[in-house]
Design a protein. Sequence first.
Length: 253
Amino acid sequence: MSTVKRLRISLGTLVAVEATSASAAAAEAAVEAAFAALRQVGQRLHPHSADSDLARINSAPLQTCIAVHSSTCDLLNLARRLNTLTGGIFDPCLPSRTGRLQDIEVSTRQLFCHAPVALDFGGFAKGYAVDCAIEALTSHGCIAGLVNAGGDLRVFGARTEPVFLRGRAGELTPIELADAALAVSDVDSQGRPAEHRGYYIRGCADAPPQRYAAVVAKEAVVADALTKCVLLCPDPTAGQVLKAFGARQPFVQ
């Protein structure tokens, strides 16, 4: 067995990919496929690139059928579930336009907007990209691996990954990640891509002022999205959402 490790800039951040396979050549091919998957997701879900699904949705005339990738519909359905569980707090439609998530009608590989929307998947697209990279590694026969994209980390196979998380007072809390994903969101981070406008919030003025959240879940897209729920929702609501997805906070901030 051979393990290949590569670092590259992707999705506006430094990404590390590790792959263990039967040979170095097989691991190299898997790593290349993982980075290709990251690029594809970044292009498809970029909020401003003219050929991205999100840009086409945001610029399409109302009541017009918009053909999109099936994963875009899947992510909208995930957002809709989170929107329901959080009482409307989690909403990937930015307030720069009047439309909200409920104004988007989703079916198989197509959707309709009944009000003007400004969709931005910055709250969970990177986690989804990590999952797609992991899928590329496994489809190329890798028995273990890791993808770490600037705060979104997923590990699979017979390996564990030690991680140190920042605590409330700046202390480092160690955890071990095995066959799971970890996402961290820091409101004060200077490293967030400027094109993604942020943390979604609709009508939650009474939510506690959380600045930092870490969530462990089976999939990176879920962990990534749930950090936003922890940041924005009152503690009882955040706890219910975590339970609904079988996720947890490695420590309470």
